[in-house]
Design a protein around this ligand. Structure first.
Ligand SMILES: Nc1ncnc2c1ncn2[C@@H]1O[C@H](COP(=O)(O)OP(=O)(O)OP(=O)(O)O)[C@@H](O)[C@H]1O
Ligand SMILES: [Mg+2]
Length: 236
């Protein structure tokens, strides 16, 4: 279970997250919606140790992770995919799917990575350099790396951005079948239909706080909220 309590993140005095609190039970799938700049990626950065925290705590399965270095947070069970794909372009797909530097020497890590490549459909591409993969394959490879990590929590930041509608559907379906009940998923998406396909619950972030936390279907049918995630402001 992920417990975020009173999380505040500031950049140059601007509050990107304001006393944000959420609880995500083990195995839950939760969509994160919100206009550009509302703090979605900052929330993921804070959880994964890539953004300094001004206040608040983050716990995973009861352990406080908010003061740990990013690699320790990953080891504690947090996996991540990035809004802009982050891969080692000059390493093979297999090397990219290995969860950490040095893991190559572990037989088990290698077997996990190979199985994860098979799961996403990149088994045949294991020796191809990441930089030679198509953009869609690169998105799949980031997911393979997360699968190989066997996380307790996956943070997927717009994993369908830049993909065709058919590719997007495949990625969402892949997330749904590749992670079991032991892995919670937080999914940032601008397309609420993609959220609905994976996540029964959705959060709406506005200016760094949780403006709504409700069943995705209810959010979809709420016209005021719809106007927010399509980019305009909530009417008073
Ligand atoms: N490293 C940084 N330095 C300064 N300001 C930042 C930094 N990262 C984010 N911000 C600011 O924090 C706010 C939240 O940004 P964030 O990237 O979390 O938004 P987002 O909801 O992910 O938006 P998008 O939908 O465009 O990806 C924005 O005002 C942004 O400009
Ligand atoms: Mg973002």
């Amino acid at each position: 279970m992920l417990e975020v309590d009173g999380l505040t993140v500031r950049f140059d005095g601007v509050e990107a997250l304001r006393e944000l609190s959420i609880t995500v039970p083990t195995g839950a799938r939760v969509g994160v919606l919100g206009p550009n700049g509302s703090g979605k990626t900052t929330l993921f950065n804070a959880i994964s140790g890539l953004a300094g925290i001004a206040a608040g705590t983050i716990r995973l399965d009861g352990m406080t992770i908010s003061k740990l270095a990013p690699h320790r947070i990953a080891a504690a069970g947090v996996a991540r995919t990035f809004q802009s794909v982050r891969l080692f372009q000059r390493l093979s797909a297999l090397d990219n799917a290995l969860p950490s530097v040095g893991a190559a020497s572990s037989h088990e890590a290698r077997e996990n990575a190979l199985a994860a490549l098979d799961t996403v459909g990149l088994g045949e591409r294991r020796d191809t350099l990441a930089g030679d993969l198509s953009f869609y394959e690169q998105r799949q490879l980031e997911i393979a790396r997360a699968i190989a990590q066997r996380p307790r929590l996956l943070l997927a930041d717009e994993p369908t951005a830049g993909l065709s509608p058919a590719e997007s559907d495949h990625v969402i379906a892949l997330l749904g079948r590749a992670f079991g009940a032991e892995t919670a998923i937080l999914l940032i998406e601008h397309k609420i239909a993609a959220v609905e396909a994976l996540c029964p619950r959705a959060l709406l972030l506005i200016e760094g706080h949780v403006a709504a936390d409700m069943p995705t279907r209810e959010m979809m049918s709420d016209r005021d909220l719809a106007s927010v995630y399509f980019g305009s402001r909530l009417t008073p």
